[in-house]
Write a new protein. Structure first.
Length: 195
């Protein structure tokens, strides 16, 4: 039973990662048939009862269904999320250390974005924040794109690392230059203390 659960847990993220990228392509039954024998083979080695292979078929079907549900959810964003999508800077955005991030709108799913660069590719949607920061997330991959007035950053929360930092679109570069010319007052300074 542990092997069955482990197989399903390993299969679900793989299907979730593949499904958003192929959201416009109709799922092929052959892919599900290929996945089912692999799941059966991994569980059949240690099982001897007829009930567990049948459970593996159901688990594979449930995992495939979860991927299909992701494709349906990709087209349904709230009006608030759609308004946040209008604030996302798109194009090739330069980052520190010579890196870059490409942020492009998903033409098939309004409000969604493809975010890719050197060694990563995500399908992200806007998430509301209490601070007004523009935040895009790929929940399956654990990736987060944060955009403030003068810079952006890409993180992978599952891996616990920053993938790109100090990223600036042309609009963000202008804000950063304005901050350098006219720095805001320090939050640590207390004008009343000098009186």
């Amino acid at each position: 039973m542990k092997t069955l659960i482990a197989s399903v847990i390993a299969l679900v993220p793989a299907l979730m990662l593949v499904q958003p990228a192929a959201a416009t392509v109709q799922p092929k039954p052959a892919a599900a048939k290929k996945a089912a024998p692999a799941a059966k083979a991994s569980t059949a080695k240690k099982t001897t009862t007829a009930k567990k292979p049948a459970a593996a078929k159901g688990a594979v079907a449930a995992a495939a269904g979860a991927g299909a549900a992701t494709a349906v959810a990709a087209s349904a964003l709230s009006p608030e999320a759609l308004s946040l999508a209008d604030r996302v800077h798109t194009g090739r955005i330069g980052c520190e250390l010579g890196q870059h991030v490409n942020v492009t709108k998903d033409g098939n799913n309004p409000g969604y974005f493809h975010v890719d660069g050197n060694g990563f590719k995500y399908h992200m949607s806007p998430v509301a924040t209490s601070t007004g920061v523009v935040r895009l997330e790929d929940k399956q991959a654990g990736a987060v794109w944060l955009q403030i007035a003068n810079k952006s950053m890409l993180m992978n929360q599952k891996q616990g690392q920053r993938l790109a930092d100090e990223c600036m679109s042309s609009e963000q570069t202008q804000v950063a230059e304005a901050i350098k010319r006219n720095p805001p007052p320090s939050l640590l300074e207390n004008p009343a203390a000098g009186k």
